[in-house]
Design a protein around this ligand. Structure first.
Ligand SMILES: C[S@@+](CC[C@H](N)C(=O)[O-])C[C@H]1O[C@@H](n2cnc3c(N)ncnc32)[C@H](O)[C@@H]1O
Length: 284
């Protein structure tokens, strides 16, 4: 399942923005010290940097890591420009940018092994990525990387409910196979509940949890922004999960996909993915 497609990651931003919980985000911003040191794992194209600036966080030092060099390179190229287009005096650096006392850099790398090499971060951000990782392993690495009182902000953590509308008789069949593929990797389709349970065993306190479902619907016979592309990529990911199916199963799924693609073209397809925003603080 390849999420590291710059256009998919950029297309999902309007969906993310609607989904993220204001309450959890405000609690996260309040928990940060002045001039925080922020790390992000699975940073994709680094759109979180633009969010942090727009949320009023100043003077932060940010490093984002992603397995895919194409998305980190894209983020390093785009983010300073995007901030300038929004009126900020951002400057380009070799792997990111600067904005007054704020600096940001995007680097290719593996999340867990990288977190094990760093320490004293005030925050680790993990958006839309914990379903791809082994939760106990990544939590130990996050704990290592954080300073005392540091926080984990994990927005948009998937929790095994995917809905497409209108309903189709093969939905359960297809979506079970889709979720099974997530379970076959290091990750889990139940990342949301596994994260909440694992944090119960950790020192500190889970400061805020809220549901943060992705909901994509057509409005007046069209999808907002680039969300038709986003849905097209989601359908491809479901399709990829079915590649190893035997012939009868494959035929059922092929028909399902063809129906869903036709509904997308007709702007009739709706999509919901159930997710949580989670904020946990280790003891100060
Ligand atoms: C669904 S995307 C989310 C990207 C970004 N956080 C966002 O919300 O736009 C998941 C990202 O995690 C990255 N990823 C997956 N496993 C990883 C790992 N073990 N270490 C670092 N990055 C990883 C993928 O390359 C992909 O860019």
């Amino acid at each position: 399942m390849n999420h590291a497609d710059p256009r998919y990651l950029e297309a999902k931003r309007t969906v993310d923005q609607r989904a993220r919980s204001t309450r959890v985000r405000e609690t996260f911003c309040d928990a940060l010290p002045d001039s925080p040191r922020i790390l992000e794992i699975g940073c994709g194209t680094g759109s979180m940097v633009t969010n942090l600036v727009s949320w009023g966080i100043e003077g932060f030092t940010y490093v984002g890591i992603d397995l895919a060099p194409n998305v980190t390179a894209f983020g390093g190229w785009l983010r300073p420009k995007e901030l300038r287009w929004a009126g900020y005096k951002a400057q380009q650096t070799p792997d990111g940018g600067r904005l007054g006392a704020t600096s940001f850099a995007f680097r290719p790398g593996e999340a867990v092994s990288w977190l094990e090499t760093v320490e004293s971060a005030d925050a680790v951000i993990a958006q839309s990525v914990l379903d791809l990782l082994d939760i106990p392993t990544v939590l130990s690495a996050i704990e290592h990387a954080l300073s005392t009182g540091g926080v984990l902000y994990a927005p948009l953590t998937f929790d095994e409910v995917t809905v497409f509308l209108p309903e189709h008789p093969a939905d359960d069949h297809v979506l079970t196979a889709y979720h099974r593929q997530l379970a076959a990797s290091d990750g889990s389709p139940r990342a949301g509940r596994k994260l909440l349970a694992a944090l119960e065993e950790k020192p500190g306190r889970t400061l805020a949890v809220d549901s943060a479902d992705w909901i994509v619907r057509p409005k007046q016979s069209t999808y907002p922004a680039d969300e038709a592309w986003f849905l097209d990529r989601i359908l491809s990911m479901v399709g990829n999960a079915l590649e190893d199916a035997d012939e009868p199963e494959y035929k059922v799924c092929e028909e399902w996909l063809a129906t869903r693609r036709a509904q997308l073209r007709q702007a009739r397809l709706q999509y919901i993915a159930h997710q949580y925003d989670v904020l946990h603080q280790w003891p100060g």
